[in-house]
Design a protein around this ligand. Sequence first.
Ligand code: MG
Ligand code: ZN
Length: 371
Amino acid sequence: MTLQQIFSLVFLSLINFGNPHSSKPSTAVRKAPNVILLIGDGMGHSQLSSALYYGQEEPNYLRFPVVGLSRTSSSSHKITDSAAGATAFSCGVKTYNGAIGMGPDSTALPTILETLEDQSWQSGLIATSSITHATPASFYGHVKLRKQEFDLAEQLITSRVDFFAGGGKRFFFRRLDEKNLMPAIESNNLLLDTLKLSAKNWQEGKRYGYLLAEDGLPPVEEGRGDFLREATNLALDYFKSQGAPFFLVVEGSQIDWGGHANEGDYLVSEMLDFDRAIGAALDFAEKDGNTLVIVTADHECGGFALKASTKKVPFRGEVNDYDSLRYSFGTDGHTGAMVPVLAYGPQAEKFGGIYQNNTIYEKIISAIKGL
Ligand code: MG
Ligand code: ZN
């Protein structure tokens, strides 16, 4: 028996939620599934649909067998922001707009990553925004207001997140309080790379972080390259090397930014980029056989629509040309529309139906426990 096998056996007994003394005829021990949660920030149905018309190939998300709808309102507003939206997933409660990892009364709540880390899970976060931005931060941080990104940088260092990749160097190294975070980075076993995404000789007990821009990463239209898909594959490679089950969050952060800017090409290129990361997650899950993949959004942004172009017709003037699309926006902010949820893997069927965003947390937990 190799050392790796011994570790897996010890691990199985740690994560087996069933009663070890049960006298039931024993079937194979159920191994908790890995989870990959992909969040398209601002990705409503039209954003998702845009990949059908503007991509080179069929979108990867067409491979999902289960579809649901998520109701996105926060505890404070009909229209959520990304902080309350992500905290609903990470902590299982609806909270006020702006809250990171806190309930409506501003008390810190354990995040799903922290709960699983207590049970020796590995965890990872990838975003194309700063890694201290609302969506990723809601999985490790606890602050009253999302703009506390300097505090969130410190909280990420002392968290147990094993792997992260995104932007936000300035919150670590060009701080308003001029604090030097290097001693904390070293004492928390964190190996930081601020130059490029590259595979390491993964060491046991080390955490790996990639901070590749001062703030958000550049838009894919401005040369970000294949960062999101490559970072996803790199994280999966790291987790595989360590053996324990993992929870990975991957955010397509800038679908939302294209919506706020009312720039259709920006939005659609970010959507297509996000779909490539979805493809990487599904490829892994199909091969692995015990990985739950969920794709959803925190809210819609931009009131985005794929409307018809117009054409001039003799004697009728301008009419809709249903064979030609153009972008349309209804707002430069978020909207209250429901958003899609797509699921693949063990217990994916739990994600069918229409439900509140915070029940996604419960569904993930119960899928992990096999309930
Ligand atoms: Mg976000
Ligand atoms: Zn937004």
